[in-house]
Design a protein around this ligand. Structure first.
Ligand SMILES: Nc1ncnc2c1ncn2[C@@H]1O[C@H](COP(=O)(O)OP(=O)(O)OP(=O)(O)O)[C@@H](O)[C@H]1O
Ligand SMILES: [Mg+2]
Length: 388
């Protein structure tokens, strides 16, 4: 029996909103939680028992976390590999360092997917401005250039219209190795969530449908309104990757669906993911509870979607001119819920999400987006009202 039972302590590398939501789920199950984060006031700090305030490449701090934990997991990819290895000598680290090593580098990740027979779109890895120009020639007049390390939420990447702009693009991305991808004609973006225990027991959630705005997730809905054939192929790809990589914990695979039904893998995230926050609404086991179960080697819960649910992300711009948003405008709508991460607002920063439940995926999305619009309108109206 290897289960880490409730009453034990879960260590989380990273204390952002994902760590906070895992912490809440872990506490509901009766665990103690310690998080490691550079910011002592990180989003998870309000709900964790303790914060180890340290950089993600501080191996001594990772050891300190592991000493106080029965099992350690991650909520962010950019943890130093030496930190993970040092922690793993003291407590199980799930997923393992080999998984984080793979996903920390886009080129390495794409090569692995390609070499292991998983579908990826055309891409080229480049190490100089002239290699970038050559790749752009091959990719065609619309390409994405993404630095191999460090990007998230559309940062560390740009759109390239042809070789003429390559030198400037190379400079803008910091003169670092990049992956060039042909811009694909996306019919839809979906993601697949897989949870896996140490012995290989696996559950796969129905795919989510994700809508991005300027490279950042704007809303997501489960189940994705896609045909059974695409759903079956997508879930097989996600489960296949999780098994081949021997992931313990969660693995989210972001995928592109093209007009002809082709599926390609965009990227992997071995942790809870923004595109499955709606699992807290109408799915029997939320991704956060499932993460705890998987890394603690407990029986996995059902991924059944009882009713369609959507989330719309809330960014820092909702705090118009520093005003507190009128959340009451969303809460006045039946079937809508508010989830805030307790972070201080900055433009573009993910601050929370609105959840909505509908009879169909489209209805759930429409409700979540409408709730967000009403909050914005009400906040604006309150700001415009003359002082009493
Ligand atoms: N090759 C491509 N063809 C078409 N669209 C693309 C391509 N690459 C990226 N995109 C668009 O940009 C979005 C963000 O890309 P990607 O996932 O690589 O960036 P990211 O910074 O890691 O984002 P995140 O952290 O939000 O997942 C994708 O979800 C998609 O909408
Ligand atoms: Mg992405």
């Amino acid at each position: 029996m290897t289960s880490v039972l409730p009453g034990s302590t879960l260590g989380i590398l990273g204390g952002g909103q994902l760590g906070r939501m895992v912490t809440l789920a872990a506490r509901t199950l009766g665990y103690h939680v310690i998080v490691l984060d550079p910011d002592p006031h990180c989003a998870a700090s309000a709900v964790a028992d303790r914060v180890v305030a340290a950089r993600f490449d501080d191996a001594h701090a990772a050891v300190e976390l592991a000493r106080a934990s029965d099992v350690v997991t991650v909520e962010i990819e950019k943890i130093g590999i030496p930190s993970l290895e040092a922690a793993a000598r003291i407590a199980p680290v799930r997923p393992g360092a080999h998984v984080l090593y793979l996903v920390q580098d886009r080129a390495r990740q794409k090569d692995w997917l390609n070499d292991n027979g998983f579908p990826v779109g055309p891409y080229w890895t480049v190490h100089s401005a002239s290699e970038l120009a050559d790749a752009s020639e091959l990719a065609g007049p619309d390409a994405f250039v993404k630095s191999t390390t460090g990007g998230y939420d559309g940062r560390g990447q740009l759109r390239l219209a042809g070789p003429a702009a390559a030198a400037e693009a190379w400079r803008q991305l910091g003169s670092r190795p990049c992956v060039v991808e042909r811009a694909l004609p996306l019919e839809r973006e979906i993601s697949v969530l897989v949870a896996r225990r140490p012995g290989g027991d696996t559950v796969v959630y129905p795919p989510a449908w994700n809508h991005h705005h300027e490279g950042v997730l704007d809303w997501s809905v489960i189940p994705a309104p896609i045909g059974a054939d695409i759903a079956a192929r997508a879930t097989a790809i996600g489960a296949g990757i999780a098994a081949s990589l021997d992931v313990v914990g969660l693995l989210v695979t972001e995928m592109f669906v093209l007009g002809d039904g082709t599926i390609t893998v965009n990227e992997l995230a071995p942790r809870p993911h923004n595109s499955f926050h709606h699992t807290e609404l109408t799915v029997i086991t939320s991704q956060f509870e499932q993460a705890v179960r998987a890394v603690c080697d407990l029986p996995l819960g059902s991924p059944e979607v009882v009713k369609p649910a959507a989330i719309a992300n809330l960014f820092g711009d909702m705090w118009l001119g520093g005003a507190t948003p009128r959340w009451d405008a969303a809460l006045a709508m039946p079937n809508v819920r508010v989830h805030l991460y307790g972070k201080s607002p900055r433009p573009g920063r993910k601050m929370g999400h609105l959840g909505a439940v509908g009879d169909t995926p489209d209805a759930a999305v429409a409700l979540a987006v409408e709730a967000r619009r009403r909050v914005r309108d009400a906040t604006r109206a309150a700001g415009a009202a003359p002082a009493a």
